[in-house]
Design a binder for this molecule. Structure first.
Ligand code: SR1
Ligand code: MG
Length: 406
């Protein structure tokens, strides 16, 4: 019989105690279960008064957000721990250190990041992270380049692709992002006040055609090892540090899906701030910061990806002059489309974002939802004609102005 069982808090303490070299023998350890995501248990173990800690993340055999009626593979814990280690090697300092992975318990033991905050929470509070664009640009460029056919031996890449076959987690994305929002689905979850907008998503055939293209890209375009769920709840920050966590959705897919996820979540926060900030000048300043960050993430990514290509591209023909420009032009278009799809799903789909759902005033909350849906649907529809990151900012500003009347 399998030894798997969800850990109790006291078992989590004893398991943490057994990690060599972290806590003093006999240390007074405290534990808190802090998992506020959709899928897992997360225990935070601390040594009282010593500033030392560990995180124990344990996969549950079902999706916590729904319950035991939605079974989910424990193999995602292996995928997550392997992805964390690969990302930590490729992008030093930008992922938490993994101490141990225990397959039987689907348990990953990693660095305590409690001196950081979840970026989504920080942005909701109106905090700016000026180094973030450079950090995430570096993370994206290095993890995507070095796991792709540009930066990795192509036979090794095929073998690595096999280790990241992640059908159940991909199916969640295929349903929740690339299907449910565009049909009547029991998974959908939205305020009746936006029924007209939700119905418009279901009847817009032009939109469906573009979503089909993005969906097919997600299903077939195994360009690089993705994080697979790179929203601002998967990123810990301080003013000087960025750590990317939670890559349990990792698989080989289209690079634009990861980049688009980051940009979508910045834009969701920009939409949300219209319902949160009362002072127009503070709102203008914070939105300017967020939109500049959207632009800088792409610029920092592209600059680094180009430099990696110039120095480390392993494929003679992919080094051919002009190829990289064409590749990056298509990647920008994918990024627009995936960013749009990520925005739409957070408004009408199963899993929402606190940026918007936490807006206290109902009318302002639903206005922010309409703004986000408008931006998202436009990015999807326009993705194949996108030619510069500035166009993404223009789409956002258009919807702020037209739906907020300023
Ligand atoms: C059933 S899981 C719902 C969502 O939570 C994760 O963070 C992913 O974004 C997934 O789509
Ligand atoms: Mg997650």
């Amino acid at each position: 019989m399998s030894a798997y069982h969800p850990l109790t808090e006291s078992e989590a303490i004893e398991r943490a105690r057994a990690v060599p070299g972290v806590f003093a023998p006999g240390a007074n350890l405290t534990v808190r279960e802090i998992g506020d995501g959709n899928l897992n248990l997360v225990f935070h173990i601390q040594e009282s008064g010593q500033g030392k800690g560990l995180i124990l993340k344990q996969a549950l055999p079902y999706a916590k957000v729904v319950g035991e009626s939605w079974p989910l593979t424990l193999d995602r814990a292996r995928i997550e721990s392997e992805a964390l280690m690969i990302q930590g090697e490729l992008a030093p300092g930008l992922a938490p250190k993994v101490y141990e992975y225990e397959a039987e318990l689907a348990l990953t033991i990693m660095e305590d990041l409690s001196d950081h905050v979840i970026m989504r929470r920080g942005l909701i509070e109106g905090n700016a992270y000026p180094l973030f664009a450079g950090h995430i640009g570096e993370f994206l460029a290095r993890t995507l380049f070095f796991t792709s056919d540009f930066g990795m031996n192509q036979q090794q890449k095929k073998l690595q692709t096999g280790r990241f076959i992640n059908p159940e987690l991909c199916k969640i994305t295929e349903d929740l992002i690339f299907d449910d929002p565009y049909t009547v689905s029991a998974n959908n979850n939205y305020d009746p006040a936006i029924e007209n907008e939700a119905a418009a998503l279901r009847s817009d055939r032009e939109l469906h055609l573009e979503v089909a293209r993005l969906r097919y890209g997600f299903l077939t375009k195994g360009q690089a090892m993705l994080h697979g769920d790179l929203h601002t709840g998967s990123i810990f920050v301080t003013p000087t540090s960025t750590k990317v966590i939670d890559p349990e959705f990792a698989y080989y897919g289209p690079m634009g899906f990861d980049i688009g996820a980051v940009l979508a979540n910045l834009l969701l926060n920009a939409a949300a701030q219209g319902g949160r900030m009362d002072d127009p000048s503070a709102l203008g300043d914070f939105r300017a910061y967020l939109l500049d960050t959207v632009k800088q993430v792409w610029v920092e990514f592209e600059t680094r990806f180009r430099a990696l290509w110039a120095e480390h591209c392993v494929d003679r023909l992919l080094r051919e002059s002009g190829y990289l420009d064409a590749f990056l032009a298509e990647l920008l278009q994918d990024t627009f489309g995936y960013a749009g799809a990520k925005m739409v799903r957070r408004i009408v789909g199963l899993a929402h974002v606190a940026d918007i759902d936490g807006i206290p005033d109902e009318a302002r909350r639903n206005r922010a939802r309409r703004v986000a849906l408008g931006i998202g649907a436009d990015l999807i529809k326009r993705h194949r004609t996108a030619g510069s990151i500035g166009q993404m900012l223009a789409v956002a500003n258009l919807h702020f102005a037209s739906k907020e009347g300023n």
